[in-house]
Design a protein around this ligand. Structure first.
Ligand code: MN3
Length: 237
């Protein structure tokens, strides 16, 4: 409920888009609604050093302020250029900028979710899911331990840059683990991620170098299960 209310409160500037039925990236309340047609970098919901010692402050600063910012700028640029290419009937450029919009839009969406599904260890972060989310995990994977194992394996095995994601599948209301290459490849229709871990090297290299499994193991300590649970209940409503 809180998430939905927060989303509605912060989505006032996106009301016009919602009213016209335009697709909104903000369906689970993680992504700020575009203001005046422009996407914006959401504020981090905690300090850069809040996820220490599991994720270091410098990584967070670069990841949020440089990498996520670049996706926001890239998405805005791609949408501007797409509009131009469409009015010029320039189909080669429509093709090019569509790919750019998918790449940068995927980056903006996933990072907006990523910040929100983490929190300081021992406070919002860590522990285990409870309630409706735990029931859905048990239903999908047999147990939390089995889910954690599958999700970790998916994260460690992503080829090159990408994500491990826990998706909600709308058709049967179940949870499934998926991978994404880059931000958007291997996507599936009719599903929405409610939890994800970024396994691009920029997410961990400063602290963990080539040891992605160590980063993923540490990352579990900062997962904000309440936020993941809120994502699930918003989608199920
Ligand atoms: Mn990233």
């Amino acid at each position: 409920m809180t998430t939905r209310r927060t989303f509605l409160a912060t989505a006032a500037t996106g009301a016009a888009a919602l009213a016209t039925g335009a697709p909104s990236l903000a369906s689970i309340g993680s992504v700020p609604a575009p203001a005046a047609g422009k996407h914006e970098l959401p504020a981090l919901p905690y300090a850069f050093d809040a996820l220490e010692p599991f994720i270091d402050a410098q990584t967070m600063q670069l990841h949020h302020g440089k990498h996520h910012m670049a996706y926001v700028n890239g998405l805005n640029k791609a949408e501007d250029e797409l509009a131009k290419a469409r009015s010029a009937d320039d189909y080669a450029m429509i093709q090019h900028w569509s790919k750019q919009a998918a790449f940068h839009g995927g980056g903006h969406w996933l990072h907006s979710m990523f910040w929100k599904v983490m929190g300081p260890a021992g406070k919002q972060g860590g522990g285990e899911p409870t309630g409706e989310l735990l029931a859905a995990i048990n239903d999908g994977f047999g147990s939390f331990a089995a889910f954690k194992k599958q999700f970790t394996a998916a994260a460690v095995a992503v080829e090159g840059s990408g994500w491990a994601l826990l998706h909600y599948r709308h058709e049967d209301a179940r949870l499934i683990v998926m991978q994404a290459e880059n931000q958007h490849k291997l996507s599936s229709w009719g599903t929405t991620p409610i939890l994800g871990v970024d396994v691009w090297e920029h997410a961990y290299y400063l602290k963990y170098q080539n040891k992605r499994p160590d980063y993923v193991a540490a990352w579990w300590n900062v997962v904000n299960w309440q936020a993941v649970s809120d994502n699930l209940s918003t989608l199920r409503r």
